[in-house]
Design a protein. Structure first.
Length: 319
């Protein structure tokens, strides 16, 4: 009887180990959106890039001048292959890698565990990340960070990039600098990608996107920017006020739609950041009210909606 119990326990242990081996993290990526004409090379054979197609290690994604491809990574996160690009997908699993031969990428990646890695390579540099959102251009030799941090390596030298910084990887010396207008415009598009809303740091992405979009608008106006933040949540409102003030924006706050509407009438802010859910009005309705009753040929503010990830339709409207 003792021998039988021992054999049964041994069988159960092997069965458990077998299940653990089989229960690997999901691999690869799924195409979620295609704009224009793009293709995927699978084992040397070219196929049209279509929504729902799975992309695995070794596959090559090619976009034309008028096309882009969005993909959702099976283990979490998303990336966009920008126009006129050629990228080779390495493993998209525990140890993930993407090689950019030409063109560029936008990426939003999940927070990774200690044993996980994600690297992006180009002919001039390597970027290692552990959960961040950033842009990577092989043509412009530029890496720019929206959230998190990126470890940039080249010829044995390394530099860590923080949010709102970029680096030129073809320069003799690796050094970070403030985002250029071109990089800011690229990063502002990260919020369009499907799957970004599922990341744990989605709130951080939204906050930093607000800063980037407003920086672009400030440059267009060529002067200081007056920003109204309509947000009931005190902690989020204070956080936005703190971050935007550091970037030299003139901040106005309101905790509901009624007060926000009054301040729009009185102060005419250049930009309005409004929460999706206000205590007295829906964020979409607040924006529609301003557009209908206040906006005219002389006053047309920029609107930024902080989505609460309610539904896919809501996210589409927010974008």
């Amino acid at each position: 009887m003792a021998n039988t119990d021992c054999i049964m326990k041994t069988v159960l242990v092997f069965a458990f180990l077998f299940v653990l081996q089989c229960a690997k993290a999901p691999e690869g990526a799924i195409i979620s959106q295609v704009r224009g004409t793009a293709s995927v090379e699978i084992q040397g054979k070219s196929e049209p890039a279509t929504v729902g197609k799975k992309v695995n290690a070794g596959d090559v994604i090619i976009t034309e001048k008028d096309s882009e491809v969005d993909l959702q990574i099976a283990g979490g996160g998303a990336f966009r292959v920008l126009n006129a690009s050629r990228i080779t997908v390495g493993a998209l699993a525990q140890k993930s890698e993407i090689n950019v031969q030409k063109g560029g990428l936008l990426l939003g990646l999940k927070k990774m565990k200690a044993d996980e890695e994600f690297t992006v390579r180009s002919p001039t540099a390597l970027a290692g990340v552990r959960g961040t959102s950033f842009s990577f251009s092989a043509d412009r030799n530029t890496i720019a960070v929206l959230t998190g941090s990126v470890q940039v390596e080249r010829q044995g030298k390394a530099l860590q990039l923080e949010p709102f910084q970029e680096i030129q990887t073809d320069k003799e010396k690796l050094e970070s600098k403030k985002l250029s207008p071109d990089s800011a415009r690229q990063l502002a598009r990260i919020g369009e990608m499907k799957g970004i809303e599922d990341l744990a740091d989605f709130d951080e992405i939204q906050k930093n996107l607000s800063v980037v979009i407003l920086e672009i608008e400030k440059e267009n106006l060529n002067n200081s920017l007056k920003v109204l933040v309509v947000q009931e949540n005190v902690s989020i409102r204070v956080l936005l006020e703190k971050v935007l003030s550091k970037n030299n924006f003139d901040i106005i706050t309101a905790d509901d739609g009624k007060e926000g509407y009054k301040k729009v009438i009185e102060l005419k802010p250049n930009a309005i950041i409004v929460d999706f859910l206000l205590p007295d009005i829906n964020g979409f309705d607040f924006i529609n009210k301003i557009q209908t009753e206040v906006v005219d040929n002389h006053y047309n503010p920029v609107f930024i909606l902080l989505s609460d990830k309610e539904t896919e339709e809501d996210l589409f409207k927010a974008n």
